[in-house]
Design a protein around this ligand. Sequence first.
Ligand SMILES: [Zn+2]
Ligand SMILES: [Zn+2]
Length: 880
Amino acid sequence: MKKYGVNELRKIFLEYFESKDHLAMKSFSLVPHNDKSLLLINSGMAPLKPYFTGQEIPPNKRMVTCQKCIRTGDIDNVGKTARHGTFFEMLGNFSFGDYFKKESLAWTWEFLTEVIGLEPDRLYPSVYLDDDEAWDIWNKEIGITPERIFRFGKEDNFWEHGVGPCGPCSEVYYDRGEKYGCGNPDCTVGCDCDRYMEIWNNVFTQFDNDGNNNYTELEKKNIDTGMGLERLACVVQEVESMFDIDTIKELREHVCKMANAEYGKDYDTDVSIRVITDHIRSVSFMISDGIMPSNEGRGYVLRRLLRRACRHGRLLGISGEFLVELSKTVIKGSKDGYPELEEKQDFIFKVVAKEEEQFNKTIDQGLSILADMEAAMARENVKILSGDHAFKLYDTYGFPFDLTKEILEEKGLGVDDEGFQAAMEVQRTTARAAREQTNYMGADETVYESIDPAITSEFVGYDHLTYDSKITVLTTENEVVDALSDGQAGTIFAEQTPFYATSGGQEADTGYIRTADGEFAVKDTIKLLGGKIGHVGQMVRGMLKIGDTVTLEVEAEKRALSARNHSATHLLQKALRLVLGTHVEQAGSSVNDVRLRFDFTHFSAMTAEEIKQVEEIVNKNIIAALPVTAENMPLDVARKTGAAALFGEKYGDIVRVVSMGDFSKELCGGTHVSNTGVITVFKIISETGVAAGVRRIEALTSKGLMEYYNHLEETLAEAARAVKSSPEQLTDRITVMLSENKALHSEVESLRSKLAQEAVGDVMEQVILVGDVKLLAIKVDGVDMNGLRELGDQLKEKLGDGVIVIASAADGKVNLMTTATEGAVKQGAHAGNLIKAIAGEVGGGGGGRPNMAQAGGKNPAGIDKALAKSKEILAGQISG
Ligand SMILES: [Zn+2]
Ligand SMILES: [Zn+2]
């Protein structure tokens, strides 16, 4: 048997099924498309779901893929054994109502024995208990002797998810030899040990379960198979685990070299080596699909894997940041099958480096706080860290919860999981409420699922704004109907349409659908599975029926304005890459007739200079009136031209490339201007951060920008009128006003203290001695707190060492102020306590420092009493 490498095996598999008339598709993104039930793609079948359910018609009835997958169900076990990993590749051949068991099993056998050259004597098929059909194929057609075919029950060999399509499976096991066995005399296929390894699973989607376990035969039967590429490589390369196969071993050895460690010598060391080796693969692939570290959803999975790898690097004694170097080895090993890794490598390195650096900072801080918490637990003889403490570590210090858990577990301690989750939930609810508000169309969309999947719509809107076509489907908000009449809301589908549905960030067209007998106002246009374009809106007159030939008319001005903003977005993306660097990737966009919004990856706020440069580049290319052209081509060809593609977007095999002269080339299905000159002018209105590493630009062109300036102009004119000036002279006028204001202010200040002094008169006569301390307690009129403080300072100069108490009644309120000089304080005086004790007399409260305090009150009548009392209190202070 030839010891094929991972990259060879992948290629051989795809080519073999291509020779059996299968369409070989590139791996789909790890980010599920149109599937909210899944965080990350976890099987070869997952991205093909709409083809299996019939919601979408597959491009070919036979398909073959090698799908990148991530499973995070048991992250905690990854590393502990060599069996678990988060990242793996799944080989699979699929039939959508085409071939069935007979062909699939024959090909399985032929591939394993003849193409790869596995020894037939080591292979054991299994079938579902009742599946005689599969048993017969293995026995009679393929020629496996009965004692080598195993029958297993529902648990192992029946694929089912409640209601809906389901069916039996047939697996192939490979005998890896006695050295992997458990030694038990009963050891055979199905044993839990490592000897008989399941390598390939054929799922026969044959039945429909009505929910009560009544199975009816499906009319269209499907085949869905899965074979882990890493497992196959283990067998072919005759190695122990996935960590020993060619590309992964190279990565593992790179980790060992960095840690100056040897694999297979020490259990704990091996755990860390495996964790890092596995996680850096997931991390590199996730980032190449546009996932960014965050505290939610798949971003959190990424962050967790990255941080876990960091931490195990520390455990191995690797100093400094090391993950970028490992990521290079991942890319080197896998770029053959996944060119996106190499294309996005600079970006991957940047994200990894940033996150690792940030984590190293937080971890040092978190570790020391956790150590304090542990010490407190030991003192109190507590074994479980409270949920609130764990949440504080997480929320305030960014220290990951699973790390807290792991570190405590290593020391035989625990953490209150539920308490932590409860604290977390409180925080999440707020975020969720905010998010849900932005959800598009709350309407019940299940009505669309009952539409015949064979119906599609052709988009003719690149060349037409008005088009005549035939109505194929009509729905109200909750059912498919034959006609819509006056006032009814619903959705119209037609054979062809010039209406652009919201996609690729461009908002939908609006307009009208008409005949002589009826008219429907289109408020929104949506794209559904299977290429259906729905016009959502309401009948404004008459009636429309299935089969009617209607005129579909797009609102032209709105479309034209959206096109300007969309085309400007392309120029913007290119300009950003020129000014900021090639790490800039589109992270989302939103374009309508009013404005454009563009989110992109970048790690700091743009400077004013950078923003200006970007604006200049965009405007230069608008003035150049570059021709805008669109061309359809195969995805591979488009990639070679360097066309920018959106991360994680699902593209078909044929893509549309929009070019603007030689300046910009992007994969895009949107509608554009005919030449960039039509955009007229471009201006960035704001640049802000929306998430870690993601910036957002909002900008305007043409009409939107004119309106913006008109509004600014009005505001300016209004401001000028308010100060009796003109916009041109507004700055001068404001400068003059500011200096006048300053002069007035200082005049007021000096008048105020002059007044206060006059009000007091020659107050020094009122100084009395309390013990050795001079006390001046006086009443003034109409002075506010600022005035009192100023007056206090002046009096202090005259008085020398001592205590001053001033009370003032102003607007029915009382202001009280006390100061005590250093010498007085030394003798026991305390301004804060004094004021506290007397403020009650004026119906208020207050306090302050020993040398200075103030208070307010509501009862001017009590001022005399308060002042008299101050003598008493001071006497108490200096004698005590
Ligand atoms: Zn065994
Ligand atoms: Zn575009």
